[in-house]
Unconditional design. Structure first.
Length: 188
């Protein structure tokens, strides 16, 4: 058993007969009254996000998870399909269980989290950054780097992001998967 002092982002725990992953947490010590931990947790079985407040020192049950590298194959009406490159086993995950799945492209290596107790897949974690090619955007304006103006662009995974005015079709860009923000242009 762990306590609320062990809570951190990404921790998986059992709560209300379900498995949740901590998305955000904040330890609060008010001027009057006992301390508490305010959390935002995502269910790993149905994808719902729940806000919960634990009193300081409250016991929580941590779920042991195992990360394995899988290759993203394709998506269909059943969900997203991944393959283990060593054993060639395939797993399918529902879209609600994968944050920012619009940044996955076929062939990408993704971390899939498994429950260590019964070896069931829980969710998939994308890397912090991905590099993708711009497939459509308005023509770029050479030298226009002084302002922070942005324009819409479509990337090879099909998602739409906002990029600076100097980016052209065919450019490779680095994207932060948690926010969908453009980071930089990448030379390949």
């Amino acid at each position: 058993m762990a306590s609320t002092s062990d809570i951190k982002n990404g921790l998986c725990l059992k709560y209300n007969h379900d498995i949740y992953k901590v998305v955000e947490f904040l330890h609060v010590k008010p001027g009057k009254g006992p301390a508490f931990v305010r959390t935002k947790m995502k269910s790993l079985t149905n994808g719902k996000v729940v806000d919960n407040t634990f009193p300081a020192g409250h016991k929580i049950e941590v779920v042991r998870v195992e990360r394995r590298k899988f290759q993203y194959l394709y998506s269909d009406d059943m969900g997203f399909n991944f393959m283990d490159n060593e054993t060639f086993n395939q797993v399918t995950l529902d879209a609600a269980l994968i944050d920012n799945h619009q940044f996955m492209k076929e062939g990408d290596t993704i971390d899939v989290l498994f429950n260590s107790e019964n070896d069931t897949p829980l969710t998939a974690d994308l890397p912090q950054y991905v590099i993708q090619k711009i497939t459509y955007t308005e023509p770029g304006e050479k030298g226009n780097t002084a302002t922070n103006a942005q324009k819409p662009a479509k990337i090879e995974s099909g998602a739409e992001i906002r990029v600076p005015l100097f980016i052209n079709e065919g450019d490779n860009v680095k994207i932060e998967t948690s926010t969908g923000n453009y980071i930089e242009r990448v030379k390949r």
